[in-house]
Design a protein around this ligand. Structure first.
Ligand SMILES: NC(=O)c1ccc[n+]([C@@H]2O[C@H](COP(=O)([O-])OP(=O)(O)OC[C@H]3O[C@@H](n4cnc5c(N)ncnc54)[C@H](O)[C@@H]3O)[C@@H](O)[C@H]2O)c1
Length: 356
C-alpha cells in the first residue's frame, strides 16, 4: 500500500458534526415537559448518591465579593460527567445579569450547554441552556419535595415572580398531582406579582393569588419557595408553619441565624455549596448556627442511605446550589428527543481534521 493511499484512507469519513439546538428547538424537543425533567433530575440525584458522577466545583467570574452577584452579576462555568447508563459529559456556561429584565426586557440568565461523548471527546450538541437550567432548578425542588415535604401538602407560598418561580411551581404541581389547592405569590414588583398570578393560574389550573408581603405568602403554607434576587434577608423563622418544606434556591433571603427554626437542612451537594460560599446553609455553618455533619445531600436520601422526613411536624430547609449534573442530565434528555425527531441544525466541527 502506498503512503499516499494510506493518507487518503485516514481522511475518508473523518467528519465530526454535532447538532445546534436553539431555545425554540429545545422547546420543540420536549424542553417544557416537566414530568420528563423530574425523571432526568431524579436519575442524576441517584447517580450523585451512588458517587457515579464527576463534578468539579464551579469557577465563578464575578466583579467583586459574593454579594455583588445580585447587583453586578456573575458568569458560572459548570462541567460534569454522569456515569451509569447515561455515560455523557457536558458543561453549562451561564451568565446572570440582574439588570437585564429592567434594562433590556431580557431574562436575567442566558445559558449555553455543550454535550460531549465521553468516549471520543467529540461534541454531541451545543444548545440553549436557559430553558434546561430553569427546568432542572424547578425539578430539583420537585424531587426534594417528594422526599421532604409532607405528602398531604396542599398550599404553596412562593417569593419572587421571576423565571425560576415559574418552573418551581410547574415542578411542585407535577410532583403533587392534583393535590395543590392554593398558591400565594409575593414579589417586590407588584405588577409582576399580578401578572405572574394570572399567567400561572391559567398554566397550572391552580389558583395562584398575589399577596402583599412575604410573610403573607409564607404563613400557613405547607411548601415555601424563595426564588428572588434579594440582596438582604427577610424570611423570619417564626412565620414557618409546623411541618413546612422550604426550598431556598436563591442566596440571601434567609439569615443564617434563622436556621435555628429548622429541624433539618438538606442540600444537593454541600461540597459545592461550601465552595460557592454564599448560600444560607454554608453561612449558617460558617457562623456556627449549624454543624456541617448535620447537613444531608439529597442524593443520599434518594438512594435510601439517609432518611428523608422523619415526622409530619419537622420543618425542613432544602438549599440547593444547583448542580451541573442536573443540567447535563436534562440537556441529554432534550438532545435525545431532538435527535429522534430530527430537530436542530447539524453543524460540522470539521469536515476532516487539519492536523492529526
Ligand atoms: N440554586 C439554583 O440551582 C438556582 C438556579 C437558577 C437560579 N437561581 C437563583 O434564583 C434566583 C431567581 O432567579 P430568576 O431567574 O427567577 O430571577 P428573575 O430576575 O427572573 O426574578 C427575580 C425576582 O425577584 C424579585 N425580588 C427581588 N428581591 C425581592 C424581595 N426581597 N422580595 C420579593 N421579591 C423580590 C424581583 O422583583 C424579580 O421579579 C436568583 O437568585 C438565581 O441566582 C438558583
Amino acid at each position: 500500500m502506498s503512503v499516499v493511499g494510506e493518507k487518503e484512507k485516514t481522511n475518508v469519513n473523518k467528519k465530526v458534526s454535532f447538532i445546534y439546538l436553539s431555545q425554540e428547538d429545545c422547546i420543540k424537543a420536549g424542553g417544557l415537559d416537566m414530568n420528563g425533567t423530574l425523571q432526568a433530575i431524579q436519575k442524576s440525584f441517584e447517580l450523585h448518591g451512588k458517587n457515579e458522577v464527576i463534578q468539579p466545583t464551579k469557577p465563578v467570574i464575578r466583579w467583586g465579593g459574593p454579594e455583588t452577584e445580585e447587583t453586578r452579576g456573575r458568569i458560572m462555568t459548570m462541567p460534569s460527567f454522569l456515569g451509569g447508563d447515561l455515560d455523557v459529559a457536558g458543561m453549562k456556561w451561564i451568565p446572570s445579569m440582574p439588570d437585564n429584565p429592567k434594562k433590556l426586557g431580557q431574562p436575567r440568565a442566558s445559558g449555553i450547554i455543550i454535550l460531549t461523548d465521553p468516549n471520543n471527546g467529540f461534541p454531541l450538541a451545543i444548545m440553549d441552556g436557559t430553558i434546561v437550567s430553569a427546568m432542572r432548578t424547578g425539578a430539583a425542588t420537585g424531587v426534594a419535595a417528594k422526599y421532604l415535604a409532607n405528602p398531604d401538602s396542599r398550599t404553596v407560598g412562593i417569593i419572587g415572580a421571576g423565571v425560576q418561580s415559574r418552573t418551581q411551581l410547574m415542578a411542585i404541581s407535577s410532583a403533587f398531582k392534583n393535590q395543590i389547592e392554593q398558591i400565594k405569590v409575593f414579589d417586590l414588583n407588584s405588577e409582576k406579582t399580578l401578572n405572574f398570578g394570572k399567567e400561572m393560574t391559567i398554566e397550572l389550573g391552580i389558583n395562584v393569588v398575589g399577596v402583599n408581603s412575604a410573610e403573607e405568602a409564607i404563613r400557613d403554607s405547607d411548601i415555601v419557595v424563595t426564588a428572588t434576587m434579594s440582596a438582604f434577608p427577610y424570611v423570619k423563622g417564626e412565620w414557618l408553619k409546623e411541618g413546612v418544606f422550604h426550598s431556598e434556591i436563591s442566596f440571601w433571603d434567609t439569615d443564617p441565624k434563622e436556621s435555628a427554626h429548622y429541624d433539618r437542612v438538606v442540600v444537593d451537594d454541600f461540597g459545592q455549596v461550601k465552595h460557592h460560599g454564599v448560600d444560607v446553609s454554608y453561612r449558617a455553618v460558617r457562623d456556627g448556627y449549624l454543624k456541617e455533619e448535620d447537613i444531608t445531600d439529597l442524593g443520599q436520601i434518594v438512594i435510601g442511605k439517609a432518611q428523608g422526613r422523619k415526622s409530619p411536624s419537622q420543618k425542613i430547609l432544602f438549599n440547593p446550589i444547583g448542580m451541573s449534573i442536573h443540567d447535563v442530565s436534562e440537556a441529554y434528555r432534550v438532545y435525545k428527543n431532538a435527535k429522534e425527531n430530527g430537530i436542530g441544525q447539524e453543524l460540522n466541527l470539521w469536515e476532516k481534521p487539519h492536523w492529526l
